[in-house]
Ligand binder design. Sequence first.
Ligand SMILES: [Mg+2]
Length: 359
Amino acid sequence: MARLEFARPVFTSHGEFTSRGSVILALEDLEGRCGYGEAAPWPGFGTESEAQALAALEDVAELLAGADVEPGECPVVAASRLGNAPAARAALEGALWDLAARRAGRSLAAHLVESCVAPLARRDGVADRAALGEVPVSALLIERSPDALRREAASVRAAGYRAAKMKLGGGSLDEDCARARAAREGLGEGFRLRGDANGAWTESDARQALQSLAEFGFEYLEQPVAPGDEMALARLRRLGLVRIAADESVATGRDARRLVESGAVDVLVLKPAMLGGPARALEIANLARRSGCDVVFSHAFESAVGARHALHCAAAWADPVACHGLCTAGLFVNDIAEPVACRKGVAVVASSPGLGITL
Ligand SMILES: [Mg+2]
């Protein structure tokens, strides 16, 4: 169990956070290779608590000690014990996949392509794609005042990014419009600007916001209303003003299925750490593709271990145009390994075996 200190406090609708808890799972095989996974519950995603994740993993570790386990495959008995603990399950699945990739002598991304992505694509008659060595990422605009935001946006563009995201819904709609205008001015026409309201609006507020914000050319707007009402998302999408993305609404595979099957959203934001691990996240991504829904991978403030799992998922998904939310460099003052760094709008995926880090 680690406690990671944020370099700057993180504000969400659940309050202000100066640190976060994280449980790291290391699975070692007989040859001394180690695979790593992380359970990092985060408020608002409906997972188990940190203490529950730790207890669940201690329980499973006892069960697996000395057992004959096929790397990459989650033993049924362990999976059944983690049914109500998706964060712990992400740690176990992640560690098993990391170990499998290390044993195969290839990067986790390459291993996931071979084991998860390519079989699903072939079944759907989609051409195989190799894992990406560089994953396009979006920058996060954090400045509050329009003037500072305009300067920040211009520097993001100059730094080589092709997409940027700004938070919305923290103040009045007039403030949001002034900030969106400034961001657009700094980024220039055609640059992919995304908004994220983190569920701050009621449906009628959201409708008004979409009408006012449409002129700024958002690529999509994430989670305009709180999770739990996919019909509201569907109605907002049908306005045809701005494309709609779901993030907090995608807490489980079942949620994702409901969202894509009901046509409620244009984009799914997938966090492997919340969805039970890389294989499950990629399965959901495939489901989204079949319904014509775009996919963006992101972390939920995990350490270098969880963030790298999300990075390798995005690399394995290998959508050449999607920009993902993956950077964690500078997020913590005491990360447990090298965080995911982004330069010139991309995150480089190490070609060394597994996650490409050692603890
Ligand atoms: Mg979001």
